[in-house]
Structure formats: structure tokens, C-alpha cells
Design a protein around this ligand. Structure first.
Ligand code: DP6
Length: 386
């Protein structure tokens, strides 16, 4: 039995991908750009095993068996096999895929991006694929192509109708801007939202603003934010990030019927960030929201403690909420009297936030070589099952 185990990161876009020109090939209407988050605190992990004794293909996600007849999964597998070393004896054996996320999938955090980047990385290692694999990960989920690289990553929409040039490229490694931090504010919200895939399809069909955004706005923004990242210009980076998040959600509202992803807590977070930046007289924090109510804040390490003191004050956690602050450890700082005066009127009810993850920009997928890291046993069955 051959086994390969990989981990892959989550990424958070600062210029959003929203809308496809080709549903099957997963070709986007515009370029997008993201920061890849450290795998230390959030990642997908996948073990793929193969043996001539496996009678059927199998797939487990978070300990629950899934159907293998999943079009996106099959597209990735087909593409990988086409590019594989054709002399490999195991090329035509059945496989078992076992995947897990080390963060709650239900929280609506970019789990499909990490999941497909991980799947494709593991398949690429198993079948000895050389070169860029982002175009293959893209077939699983568009945003997954950006999780194939670490640091700051641009997904270039490409021009070829076959999608061969619709690939991701790293514009700067994680080490380029080591002061950058990310706070993920997980909003307490149980409502099930419609998926990105169906939401963006509806936007393509009904939103004129989407067409304007894709052709007239995004190209300049990609150029400007790339420059801001290269120059480590946080002021400009934050401005463009917030504007793009707002425009993406404006497109969602311009969709008919509208896609409403942000909730009252999300809007309260936007308000707090602007009040904080006003108080500081410059952009010290940037928010961005994907297709859900959770906020992702980009900020520099020098600002984290104070921003968290404000977040804790405005969104007080429920009493004894153990594990409320996850990720990079931090000593909590009490809010200053001056900031209290600014934020007093904005205070929300206890428990509006479920928890906060404090993380940083990190590297791309990795292959794990320690046999203990494999998620499956000698029979190719998950060690943990639900
Ligand atoms: C709002 O990559 O999940 O997170 O390609 O249909 O799988 P599919 O969509 P997906 O969309 C992500 C949209 C977004 C913005 C972004 O990550 O760029």
C-alpha cells in the first residue's frame, strides 16, 4: 500500500473572486488576490492511499464517508492522472481519500479552498506530477488554486478558453511582510447560507454591477494592491481591501434575489474598524468578509493587543468562554479609558462572537513524512471515524 499525507492552508482574498465565465472549467471573470494563512492554526489534512487490493474508490471527510461521484473531485483526479508519470504501476489502482480540517467546517471558513488544495497536492505527490498544480486545484474550487502557494498570491484569470493559463502565482512570500497578522472573528450565527458557487452564478446572471466591477474596477485594484504589498504600505493595502470587500457585498445585494451574507454583527464589526481607524487618524486595521458573516481583519503585529482589547469590549465573550482566543498566544490587554469613551455606545450583547483566531501569513502545502501523520490505517480505513 502506498500512502501520501499533505496539509494545505486556508487563504483569505483581499481582492475577491466572484463570478465565472465557465462553470465547468471554473474560469473566473476577474483576477483575485489573497493572503495564505499559516497552517499552524488552520489547515486541511489529507491522506491518500492506494493498493491493488482496494476494490473501490473511497472518500471520507471529517470521519464521514462521502460519495466518490463528486464531479469536482473526479475532475481533479482526471486532470492529475492525465499529467501523471504514465509508467507508475499504481496509476490505475483504486484510491482511498481521507480528509480533515483542523478548524470547524461549519463556521463557514474557507474550508473548500484548503480542502481541494490539499487533495490535489497529495494526488500530485502520489502520481509524481511536476510543475504548477494550481490549474488542477482550480477545478475543485476556484479559490483553492490560491492555496497552492504561500504568502501573497494572485489568481490570474487567463485568456485561453481551455483554462491552461488560469493559474495562481506567488507575488511575495510569507517572509516578505512578517509583521502582518490576521484576526478571524467567528460570528455566532447558525443560519445556513447559500454556497459561493450558487450565489456567484446568480450574480453573473443578474448583476450589472458585477460586470462593471470585473472589467473596470478589479484590474486597477490588483495593480494597486500588489504595489501596496510589495512596498509594505499598510495604509493603501487596508483601504483597497475594505473597498473591495464592500464592493463584493454590494454586488451580492445587486444580485436578484439578493445574496445577503453579512449580518448585524458583521456590520457592527465594520463600524468598529472605521471608528478605530478614525481615532488613530490612519488605517490601522482592514476588514474583509467572504460569503458569510465572519470577519477577517488584517493588521500589523504592533496593533493586535489594542485592537483585541477593543473587540473584547465591544463584543464581550460569554462568561468563562474557554478557548475564546485561539491561535498565536497573546497576553490580554485592558482597554484604555480613552478608547472606552469612543466605543461605549457601540457595545453589543454578550456572545455575538463565538471565538477569535489570531494567525499570520504562512507557507503553501506540505507533504508530511512521519508515518504517524497518516489519517488511515494499514487497511486504508480512517483511524478516526464518526
Ligand atoms: C467570496 O472558490 O468557494 O470566498 O469556485 O464555486 O468553488 P467555487 O467558489 P469559491 O468562492 C470563493 C468566493 C469568495 C472570494 C474569494 O475567495 O476570492
Amino acid at each position: 500500500m502506498q500512502k501520501v499525507t499533505c496539509i494545505a492552508p486556508v487563504n483569505i482574498a483581499v481582492i475577491k473572486y466572484w463570478g465565472k465565465s465557465d462553470e465547468d472549467l471554473v474560469l473566473p471573470l476577474n483576477d483575485s488576490l489573497s493572503g495564505t494563512l499559516s497552517t499552524d492554526f488552520m489547515c486541511a489534512k489529507t491522506t491518500i492511499s492506494t493498493s491493488p487490493a482496494l476494490e473501490v474508490n473511497k472518500f471520507w471527510l471529517n470521519g464521514i464517508e462521502q460519495s466518490f461521484e463528486n464531479e469536482r473531485l473526479l475532475n481533479c483526479l482526471k486532470e492529475v492522472k492525465r499529467r501523471a508519470n504514465q509508467t507508475l504501476p499504481h496509476l490505475n489502482w483504486n484510491i482511498s481519500i481521507c480528509s480533515e480540517n483542523n478548524f470547524p467546517t461549519a463556521a463557514g471558513l474557507a474550508s473548500s479552498a484548503a480542502g481541494y488544495a490539499c487533495l490535489v497536492s497529495a494526488l500530485a505527490a502520489l502520481y509524481e506530477i511536476e510543475g504548477d498544480i494550481s490549474a488542477i486545484a482550480r477545478r475543485g474550487s476556484g479559490s483553492a488554486c490560491r492555496s497552492v502557494y504561500g504568502g501573497w498570491v494572485q489568481w490570474c484569470k487567463g485568456a485561453s478558453p481551455t483554462g491552461e493559463d488560469s493559474i495562481a502565482k506567488q507575488i511575495a512570500p510569507a517572509s516578505h511582510w512578517p509583521q502582518m497578522r490576521v484576526l478571524i472573528l467567528v460570528v455566532n450565527d447558525e443560519r445556513k447560507k447559500y454556497s459561493s458557487t450558487s450565489g456567484m452564478k446568480r450574480s453573473v446572471e443578474t448583476s450589472e454591477l458585477l460586470q462593471y466591477r470585473a472589467t473596470k474596477i478589479v484590474p486597477q485594484r490588483i495593480e494597486a494592491i500588489t504595489k501596496a504589498i510589495i512596498n509594505k504600505d499598510f495604509q493603501a493595502f487596508a483601504q483597497i481591501t475594505m473597498e473591495d470587500s464592500n464592493q463584493f457585498h454590494a454586488v451580492c445585494l445587486d444580485t436578484f434575489p439578493p445574496c445577503v451574507y453579512m449580518n448585524d454583527t458583521s456590520h457592527a464589526i465594520v463600524d468598529v474598524v472605521h471608528a478605530y481607524n478614525d481615532f488613530k487618524k490612519s488605517n490601522k486595521v482592514a476588514y474583509t468578509f467572504d460569503a458569510g458573516p465572519n470577519a477577517c481583519l488584517y493588521l500589523l503585529d504592533s496593533e493586535v493587543e489594542e485592537v483585541l482589547s477593543v473587540i473584547d469590549y465591544v463584543f464581550p465573550p460569554v462568561v468563562n468562554s474557554e478557548g475564546y482566543l485561539k491561535g498565536i498566544p497573546l497576553s490580554k490587554k485592558a482597554i484604555t479609558e480613552e478608547l472606552k469613551a469612543v466605543f461605549e455606545a457601540k457595545r453589543q450583547n454578550f456572545g455575538a462572537l463565538k471565538y477569535v483566531i489570531h494567525t499570520r501569513i504562512g507557507d503553501g502545502p506540505k507533504t508530511l513524512t512521519n508515518p504517524e501523520d497518516h489519517l488511515v490505517d494499514e487497511m486504508g480505513l480512517p483511524k478516526k471515524m464518526c
